[in-house]
Design a protein. Structure first.
Length: 288
């Protein structure tokens, strides 16, 4: 019997198969090998013993949060508490590109923010990069109807740091999901890590994954991956003169040409430089 893992709690997997939820263990040999089943996996359940026998090949696999077979990522960023961060947004977008998962941006807490110019600026920036931005309030439900279609038939992961409103968004869509909501601590300047585990919730023929927020430090990207997968660079970097171009001080760099022409927003490049500076090299480089 085929099913999908929708949750994992204390060694027990929740597997949904044809609308029925089973609480099962995985065969020992599976658990101990590298094919350890994770949330999102499509698995084969033994009909007699109700144990996970086999994990089907994955379309995608993320290490952070640990989840398989996603079809899209929604990058959740609040406008305030915590403030919107271009840097983090670009980091998450790069991460999505790296895993070949399409991404959209959702800005939350619009009820607490009235700087419309700033919202327009954010929208403009990402429009240039062909990335959709939606603005919502989980509190007043403004903008919510406009995003519901995004989830249809997709396996969607909500990703963003703690306190941005991932769980609140799920409850705003349907309060029956009853996800625990954390609070924002002004003293800490962040949320309080309310969601502890990854869970898939069925919605509109697909699933929505609620995930624990994690800090940007937890998401390590290599310089080379940034140079390859940073939004808007992926179609250009192969045209740079140097095959391992980092688009910083190299000559004949296609990325820098596009930035000079104004085709890539300046703020995107500033974030890129900052992320690249923080990142480490994957491969050893020769000094010239
Ligand atoms: N005013 C307002 N508050 C919001 C909105 N969305 C979320 N919040 C508040 O923000 C805080 C954090 O919300 P959560 O939904 O728990 O955030 P999360 O992203 O799931 O956080 P973690 O589970 O810790 O990763 C709570 O106090 C929510 O009530 C919104 O659109 N407007
Ligand atoms: Mg949460
Ligand atoms: Zn380059």
């Amino acid at each position: 019997m085929k099913g999908r893992i929708v949750g994992l709690n204390c060694g027990y997997y929740s597997v949904e198969s044809e609308g029925i939820l089973f609480k099962v263990k995985a065969r020992g040999a599976l658990r101990n090998k590298e094919v350890k089943p994770v949330v999102g996996d499509i698995v084969e359940l033994d009909d007699t013993f109700f144990i996970i026998n086999f994990v089907y090949p994955r379309d995608s696999y993320l290490k952070r949060p640990v989840i398989a077979n996603l079809s899209q990522m929604l990058i959740i960023q609040s406008l305030v508490e915590p403030d919107f961060s271009y840097l983090l947004t670009f980091k998450y977008l790069t991460y999505a590109n790296m895993h070949n998962i399409k991404a959209k941006i959702i800005l939350t807490k619009s009820d607490k923010y009235n700087e419309n110019d700033k919202i327009e600026e954010i929208k403009e920036t990402f429009k240039k990069l062909n990335i959709e931005v939606y603005v919502i309030s989980n509190k007043t439900k403004s903008g919510l109807e406009e995003i519901k279609h995004i989830f249809k038939d997709e396996v969607t992961c909500l990703i963003g740091q703690t306190g941005v409103g991932k769980s609140s968004l799920i409850n705003a869509i349907d309060e029956n999901y009853n996800r625990q909501i954390g609070e924002y601590s002004k003293a800490l300047g962040r949320g309080k890590h309310e969601t502890k585990e990854v869970i898939l919730l069925p919605y509109e023929g697909g699933y929505i994954a609620d995930t624990p927020g994690f800090s940007s430090l937890d998401l390590e990207l290599y310089k080379e991956d940034l140079a390859t997968y940073f939004p808007a660079f992926s179609s250009l970097y192969t045209e740079c003169y140097f095959s391992n171009c980092l688009h910083i001080s190299e000559k004949k760099c296609r990325v820098k040409e596009e930035i000079e022409k104004g085709n890539i927003p300046q703020i995107a490049y500033e974030c890129y430089l900052k992320l690249s500076e923080e990142a480490i090299y994957k491969n050893r480089r020769y000094q010239v």
